[in-house]
Design a protein around this ligand. Structure first.
Ligand SMILES: *Cc1c(COP(=O)(O)O)cnc(C)c1O
Length: 429
């Protein structure tokens, strides 16, 4: 039988077309400076756990209470993931089954609210997430969403506005979280407002959970009823979601995830989450988290020194927003040109953006991926120079007629690729 198994073709043999696309993606991730703030490099160990026989198993239910047989190993794997998640964040309870961040947020709403209830969250254009009540999201369709933003004068989160909206609308639940806000969140202030109006507080730390786990951003766990997160952003795990909550919400959260929203958990992802939590519990992870903050500050300074304008003037976390208005550039053109030059980031709305969402005025830049590759403050001058040179090139060409054949692209791309060669990409090589 063993001989038979050995004759089973590997991916390269079984599906050369697909295999080749994956290898090209590996090379793309190795050869570019990846600055998309929500992305990272998962470790080889995390990737290995993802590609296992666990993908074959159905496990509806929770450890000890399943609807299928054969749970000898799946139960201890999920229990391990739960134990590690609780230890990592100091939480009463962890549900490790959410397929991703968006289903985790839906589960929190399903657990704590009735359809039609009022919820209060940060608006998408101000830096919030779709799932905090944006009108085209299920969270904005099935709930009555009221949205807060940032202050026009300094683009900082406006806790006075959050408080007055909460007093006026009496939401059942308040979201504290963001996808594009460069400053620290004051979870204690959110908790105080939630308490005053009798709302639940849900903290969504999808972007910053690695910073919270690493001790470089305050934790919402002591303040929030429920904390949701992805596991694949700064936390550097597999694609997936996680919900932490107070003991009193344990039953409601578990019921909301299964059977409320999902069927069988993705056991291979659960296992990979357990690996990522284990990695995040090691001392090296704290150093990684500290390095993210140091790199972001260094890159912000370097970009500012090159005349780029940063929303709020800088960053306290892993990301920054560049306002391209003073360069006469649109975000989409700038992001496309930079991508051709090997610098991968995304166009992003800035607060009170005068341009359209599809071609906004800003760029979002995050340092988790380059930090995972071992870059430090000393390398941020190079990264800033590559960005600046790409933007200068972008400003010289007409966005309509631009192609990657423009004269400055290939030389810059070659220099970026050579630079990247000095930093091994975790999980790839
Ligand atoms: C990324 C993100 C999510 C959604 O995660 P997915 O895994 O993409 O569904 C939810 N909330 C916030 C704040 C995010 O940044």
């Amino acid at each position: 039988m063993a001989g038979q198994a050995n004759q089973e073709p590997d991916l390269k043999t079984a599906d050369p077309e697909l295999y080749s696309l994956i290898r090209k993606e590996d090379a793309r991730q190795k050869d570019s400076i990846r600055l998309i703030a929500s992305e990272n490099y998962a470790s080889r160990a995390v990737l290995e756990a993802t590609g296992t026989s666990l993908t074959n198993k159905y496990a509806e239910g929770y450890p000890g209470r399943r609807y299928y047989e054969g749970m000898d190993f799946v139960d201890p794997i999920e229990e391990l993931a739960i134990r590690r998640a609780k230890a990592l964040f100091g939480a009463d309870h962890a549900n490790v089954q959410p397929y991703s961040g968006s289903p985790a947020n839906l589960a929190a709403l399903l657990a704590l609210c009735e359809p039609g209830d009022t919820i209060l969250g940060m608006s998408l254009p101000a830096g919030g997430h779709l799932t905090h009540g944006w009108k085209i999201s299920a969270t904005g369709i099935y709930y009555h969403a009221v949205q807060y933003g940032v202050r026009e004068s300094d683009n900082l989160m406006d806790m006075d506005q959050v408080r007055s909206l909460a007093r006026e609308h009496r939401p059942k639940l308040i979201w504290a979280g963001h996808s594009a806000y460069p400053r620290t969140l004051d979870f204690a202030a959110f908790a105080e407002i939630a308490k005053e109006v009798g709302a639940y507080l849900a903290a969504d730390i999808a972007h910053i959970s690695g910073l919270v786990a690493g001790g470089v951003h305050p934790s919402p766990v002591p303040h929030a009823d429920v904390v949701t997160t992805t596991t694949h952003k700064t936390l550097r795990g597999p694609r997936g979601g996680l919900i932490l909550c107070r003991k009193k919400h344990r039953k409601a959260i578990n019921k909301a995830v299964f059977p409320g929203l999902q069927g069988g958990p993705h056991n291979h992802s659960t296992a990979a989450k357990a690996v990522a939590f284990h990695e995040a519990l090691q001392p090296e992870f704290k150093a990684y988290a500290r390095q993210i903050i140091a790199n972001a500050k260094a890159l912000a300074e370097q970009l500012t020194a090159r005349g780029l304008e940063l929303v709020t003037g800088g960053t306290d976390n892993h990301l920054m927003l560049v306002n391209l208005t003073n360069r006469g550039l649109g975000g989409r053109h700038a992001a496309k040109v930079l991508n051709d030059c090997g610098v991968e980031l995304n166009a992003n709305a800035i607060p009170f953006d005068p341009r359209k969402p599809f071609d906004p005025s800003g760029l979002r830049i995050g340092v988790p991926s380059i930090t995972s590759r071992g870059m430090t403050e000393a390398h941020m001058a190079d990264v800033a120079r590559f960005i600046d040179e790409g933007l200068q090139g972008a400003a010289r060409v007409d966005p309509e007629g631009y192609t990657a054949a423009a004269d400055f692209v290939a030389p810059l791309r070659a220099r970026v690729q050579e630079f990247c060669g000095a930093f091994p990409a975790p999980g790839i090589a």
